[in-house]
Design a protein around this ligand. Structure first.
Ligand code: CA
Ligand code: CA
Length: 253
């Protein structure tokens, strides 16, 4: 008669159990590949005389499509001039899906608000383009919903909302110097630390002190106030000044 016992850590003990008389290993609680892609547990076999041996059992958890794409951020705002030609993407939507492979591969689609075909979205990159610029001035505000779908057909539970405001000529629009900024910060960074800079293009071109993000400024392009990190999170890829503001609060000065 041999007795089997599990000698794993807390996670393994919570998720697995070994039947003491047979050595069969059973699952006790739901597994999640996205949290723990594998479990490795030592199993001790002890005979009646007290002699024992140990074997390591590795449980590899394979993926199922149990995550929907999630937009982050969910809301996007951009302002375009009615009298200016639009070249390239006007913003980039970002949705992430925690699953692996095709289960985590996201495609983008405009689900509503684009009846006249004014806009088009790159299904792979999420970049939004103006497809018919001549129709842009027909409305001062275009509101679109965008859906993200993984390659197995699971859709985002909540659409992204895009507001495109069309401004008349003569009204200066704040525009980020670059459409996209990447800021790397340590997770241990304290609150209210300046972590990077976003700059209005007009301000940048007239500046004599340089415009690099290395200046460690984070300026609100509309108000010119520095932005500081108010939450201990690393923002995902920000695409517009509005997106930036979802993750950076405007610090009062
Ligand atoms: Ca998925
Ligand atoms: Ca999964």
């Amino acid at each position: 008669m041999v007795n089997y016992t599990l000698a794993g850590g807390r996670l393994e003990s919570e998720q697995l159990e070994v039947l003491s008389d047979t050595g069969d290993i059973c699952v006790r609680s739901p597994l999640d590949r996205e949290t723990a892609p594998y479990l490795e547990v030592p199993v001790i076999a002890t005979d009646r005389g007290g002699l024992s041996t140990i074997a390591i059992v590795r449980i590899q958890v394979t993926d199922v499509n149990d995550n929907r794409p999630i937009f982050q951020p969910r809301g996007y705002n951009v302002t375009l001039r009615s009298d200016n030609a639009v070249h390239g993407p006007i913003l980039r939507l970002v949705a992430t899906d925690l699953d692996a492979g095709l289960f985590g591969q996201v495609a983008y689609r405009i689900s509503s608000g684009n009846e006249a075909g004014v806009f088009r979205i790159d299904r792979n990159t999420g970049e939004l383009h103006v497809a018919r610029p001549s129709l842009l001035p027909r409305s001062p505000l275009h509101q679109l919903n965008v859906t993200a779908t993984d390659a197995a057909g699971l859709k985002s539970a909540v659409d992204a909302e895009v507001k495109v405001t069309v401004s008349s000529s003569g009204h200066r629009i704040a525009t980020c110097e670059k459409p996209r900024y990447t800021v790397t910060v340590k997770e241990s960074i304290s609150q209210n630390t300046v972590v990077g800079g976003v700059k209005d293009a007009a301000t940048a071109s007239s500046s004599t002190t340089g415009t690099s993000i290395r200046r460690a400024f984070m300026r609100d392009p509309l108000l010119g106030r520095p932005l500081r990190l108010l939450q201990r999170i690393v923002p995902p890829r920000a695409t517009t000044s509005d997106a930036c503001q979802e993750y950076y609060g405007v610090a009062s000065q």
